[in-house]
Design a protein. Structure first.
Length: 162
């Protein structure tokens, strides 16, 4: 352990002395991040003409699941819908058991989140552009409760309310 700490101290000293760059050089390339096996394929909003307070907006989230999971897990899909000012927002979530492989043999499932057009204070939102961010997680249920196995990259979009 002492050797590791000594190496860190030497590296910090070289950075402070200006002999070693603190950040990668401008031309240095990072390795691309690998896409997770759990993916949000698409999000479909319906109906097209949504009026807050007069029905609900459905966000149908198509999820591609990894095929190598063989035990029962939970699938959690969540979304944060927010106004540009962040004064009006709403969190939606759905969590349900998922047995893999799926009965029809595919590795895709669709989860529908429903928004009633109200914000965190249960007030009907006004006209404007609302951003949404959707995430999916696979959770394993253990003795101490669910724990995250993997998560997808978020999917973002805009809801226009007129």
């Amino acid at each position: 352990m002492r050797d590791v700490n000594h190496g860190v101290c030497v590296a910090v000293s070289l950075v402070l002395a200006g002999l070693l760059p603190a950040t990668p050089a401008a031309g240095a390339k990072r390795a691309p991040a690998t896409e997770p096996d759990l993916q949000i394929v698409q999000v479909i909003l319906s109906p097209d003409s949504f009026v807050p307070g007069q029905g609900a907006l459905e966000l149908a989230v198509e999820i591609e699941l990894p095929t190598y999971l063989d035990n029962a897990v939970l699938l959690e899909v969540s979304s944060l819908i927010s106004s540009p000012s962040k004064r009006s927002m709403r969190f939606l979530s759905s969590r349900h058991p998922l047995a893999l492989p799926l009965p029809d043999g595919t590795a895709r499932t669709t989860v529908t989140l429903t928004w009633d057009g109200r914000d965190q204070h249960e007030q009907v939102v006004g006209n404007g552009r609302y951003a949404y961010e959707i995430k999916a997680k696979l959770l394993a249920v253990g003795e101490k409760g669910p724990r995250t196995l993997m998560h997808s990259w978020p999917k973002r979009g805009v809801i226009e309310i007129k």
